[in-house]
Design a protein around this ligand. Structure first.
Ligand code: ADP
Ligand code: ZN
Ligand code: ZN
Length: 745
């Protein structure tokens, strides 16, 4: 038997090997194998069985080992990998490495587990003393003394609830000892199982939900490829529709992938989903997939799916590659979320890969959002996707009232910069009295306080990057959020020596301070990427907030997703404009999405909610349409603009970025290259650039770019990529192609 193998070794090639007779039974397309490459053993994926005609067979080497006795990639995933390598202009082995978790690739399968056992038995008197002096130690000893053999340390610790210190104390006295044992794998563990299990009885569907369920159900029954966009206003009960579709698939023996943005993977959402899923199919566990998993947990989940022991996976972006058997349905919740796009190679978009994977499986892809991306919405209008709509909130609760505050008037009134308008401050005071809660949203961190000299207009930029430095009040420093550069905040203007320095813009810290001034007695917490280094802190604040021990929560968008706080009756958006002024053709779309999603956070309980939006441009369309959550109106007007400028979704965009230390060289080579592309492609590609990227310099490296507009990425990208490899780039220039880019900074 001869096989063609893709080595995971940094080059794109199919190499052929002989399969020894004793391994032949376990080798199939998609098998993970070890093969000799240049005198070392490398991992590879079997890409085909057999060899081309007239292939010289004499000097073939042999496959050394088969890592798992079943394929690590199904043929379908291998086809998906090939499509991705082409579409995102990256190497096939890079894609395969992204698809198969490291723990699976290393083929460990076996793990060392720490075992704990009794090494010295205690006399009755000794035990008695121990019971008096250190009851925990005595309990641990008594438990282990009853066992025949050493027990898993982790299991003992969690079962008995004793601490590692207790173990250490006994070990120090030679009473207990640790050994390591190779086990096939640890029992399936995950950190969500014990937490906040909410047993919720399924609610009775309302008419709109029932209609959507029927619509998706008939698509599932047809067993053909279909994409349905579920557009439902915030709080319309989209999750129930997903769950019913999942139920249908599981009853019929199929498998499901459920994608959510990483930030939405809070214990609360996961617990709710899982308890419902397990109620639907009690004999099937649901695998949870996210970036905080340990290698062991990842391996366990992956194996459970690959062996068909589990048929549902809930996870962030990379769960789209889960080895789910008989895949019938992929749900993409909050499909408009930019977080679905990976910002390193391979730069894939989780939603788009989901659609393509559904296509390969003749499965249904269900995209859901209150504010669909214009790409998906345009696809429904062109008839490529189906549309299902939920226009009502469940129980016909009304959408919250949105107040738009014109900050130009506020600033004029207060004769200077204001953080909180009178309207917002009054509303917060009112909530505090009623013991209701407030969330204040701020746009993103990177746009917080910068230094402005009111005398000469100087803004202090980072010396290595072309962005303004951010002022941090806690330690009186200026910091660059791109490269980490840090220095003491100046007392006078570095340029003109004037002491008239102002700190412009709004950071979360600054808003927090403003809230303290307005509500001195309120309990306030801040949540942003600065304070949220650890996931536990994140959970802690959320659970305190839920328990009502925090009155006002100040944070960036990250608090927005997937969280349900019935006692929140006021939501303030402090700086609605900022996302509109970034140089991104999706700026309006992002602003509209932010406003509608933020508004959806208010009044989810039985109380009506109120939303206060502060802006310097109250007349902007994104703001006006969001006041009535008028998605159709917004989409209509924004699509018209996109159409006029022939921007996505009317054409695809490929972004080509060039980086290098010397700006002249960068400019020269990108111009030469642009000419080369024009020659080769003619009218098939429309070029824009070369020009500096919006942030022209990061960490002393210059960044330039070219945009290519094209009707079809897959028709041009392969050729573009080949051309780029042949082009004589100097070593100091690195470049990246990004198909359908999401981040344009
Ligand atoms: P969405 O994702 O559309 O914003 P969710 O799916 O989170 O909304 O549902 C919002 C809330 O409404 C949840 O607490 C959910 O349990 C509840 N819910 C959903 N459908 C119904 C229904 N038919 N009747 C009553 N409550 C429902
Ligand atoms: Zn100055
Ligand atoms: Zn910098």
């Amino acid at each position: 038997m001869i096989v063609g193998v893709h080595p995971l070794a940094g080059f794109d090639k199919l190499l052929h090997y002989r399969v020894p007779a004793n391994l032949a039974a376990t080798v199939a397309v998609g098998s993970l194998v070890r093969i000799p490459v240049l005198r070392t053993l490398r991992l590879g994926i079997v890409g085909e069985i057999g060899a081309p005609k007239d292939f010289p067979l004499e000097r073939l080497k042999s496959v050394a080992q088969v890592v798992h006795p079943f394929p690590a990639l199904t043929e379908e995933l291998l086809r998906l990998a090939r499509w991705m390598a082409n579409y995102y202009a990256c190497s096939l082995d890079g894609v395969i490495e992204t698809m198969i978790p490291g723990a699976v690739r290393s083929g460990a399968g076996l793990k060392m587990q720490k075992m704990l056992g009794v090494t010295r038995r205690l006399e009755a008197a000794e035990l008695e003393t121990l019971q008096r002096r250190a009851p925990q130690q005595a309990r641990l000893y008594a438990f282990l003394a009853q066992q025949f053999k050493p027990q898993s340390k982790a299991l003992v610790l969690s079962r008995l609830g004793v601490s590692a210190a207790t173990v250490a104390a006994l070990e120090k006295r030679g009473i207990l000892g640790e050994t390591a044992l190779r086990v096939e794998r640890e029992a399936y563990r995950d950190d969500f199982s014990a937490e906040e299990r909410v047993a919720s009885a399924p609610p009775k569907l309302n008419e709109e939900q029932a209609a959507a369920v029927t619509q998706v159900g008939s698509r599932l029954a047809a067993q053909r490829f279909n994409v349905t966009l579920l557009h439902g206003v915030t709080g319309s009960g989209k999750t129930e529709v997903y769950l019913h579709a999942i139920d249908t698939v599981l009853q019929a023996g199929g498998g499901v992938i459920f994608l959510v943005p990483e930030v939405a993977l809070t214990p609360q959402t996961v617990a709710r989903l899982r308890s419902r899923l397990e109620a639907i199919a009690p004999d099937h566990k649901c695998v949870v997939w996210h970036s905080h998993l340990s290698e062991g947990e990842r391996l366990d989940g992956w194996l459970a799916l690959a062996k068909g022991e589990a048929r549902v996976v809930v996870g962030a972006r990379s769960a789209v590659f889960a080895p789910v058997q008989n895949l019938r349905l992929i749900v993409v919740d909050e499909e408009h979320e930019p977080a679905y796009k990976q910002d390193e190679t391979p730069r894939y978009h989780g939603r788009d890969v989901a659609v393509y994977r559904a296509k390969l499986n003749a499965a249904v892809c269900l995209l859901g959002s209150a504010t669909p991306s214009l790409e998906s919405y345009a696809n429904t209008r062109a008839g490529r996707y189906d549309l299902a709509e939920l226009r009502q909130r469940v129980d016909a609760r009304r959408l919250p009232h949105i107040d738009v505050v014109d900050m130009r008037i506020e600033v004029a009134r207060s004769r200077g910069l204001t953080t909180l308008s009178r309207k917002l401050a009054d509303a917060m005071r009112d909530r505090l009295e009623k013991k209701e809660q407030t969330i204040l949203f701020i746009n993103r961190r990177g746009y917080s306080s910068s230094m402005l000299c009111t005398e000469c207009g100087h803004v202090e930029d980072c010396a290595h990057c072309s962005i303004a430095m951010t002022y941090h009040r806690t330690d009186e420093t200026l910091r660059c959020h791109l490269c980490g550069e840090q220095r003491p905040a100046p007392l006078t203007c570095p340029k003109c020596r004037s002491p008239k320095i102002r700190w412009r813009g709004l950071g979360t810290q600054r808003v927090e301070e403003a809230v303290r001034r307005v509500l001195p007695r309120a309990r306030i917490e801040r949540m942003d990427t600065d304070t949220m280094g650890k996931k536990n802190r994140f959970r802690e604040i959320l659970s305190q907030f839920r328990a009502g021990r925090i009155d006002v929560l100040v944070g960036t968008q990250m608090i927005g997703k997937g969280l349900d706080f019935p006692n929140v009756t006021l939501v303030g958006l402090v700086d609605a404009d900022i996302s509109m002024h970034i140089p991104d053709f999706r700026a309006n779309e992002r602003t509209f999405q932010l406003l509608v999603q933020v508004a959806g956070r208010a009044g989810r309980g039985d109380r009506a909610g109120e939303v206060v939006v502060q802006t310097f441009t109250p007349q902007a369309e994104a703001i006006q349409f969001s006041r009535h959550a008028d998605y159709a109106g917004f989409a209509e007007s924004e699509l018209k603009l996109r159409h006029d400028f022939k921007y996505p979704p009317y054409r695809h965009l490929i972004q080509h970025r060039f980086r290098g230390p010397n700006v002249e060289k960068l400019k020269f080579f990108s111009e030469q290259w642009a000419r080369r592309v024009e020659e080769a492609f003619g009218a098939r590609i429309e070029l824009r650039g070369p020009s500096p990227a919006p942030i022209e310099k990061i960490k002393d490296e210059y960044r330039w770019q070219i945009w290519y507009f094209t009707a079809s990425v897959s028709k041009v990208i392969g050729e573009l990529d080949r051309l780029r490899r042949e082009f004589p780039w100097p070593d100091e220039i690195t470049q990246v192609l990004d198909s359908d880019p999401v981040s344009l900074m």
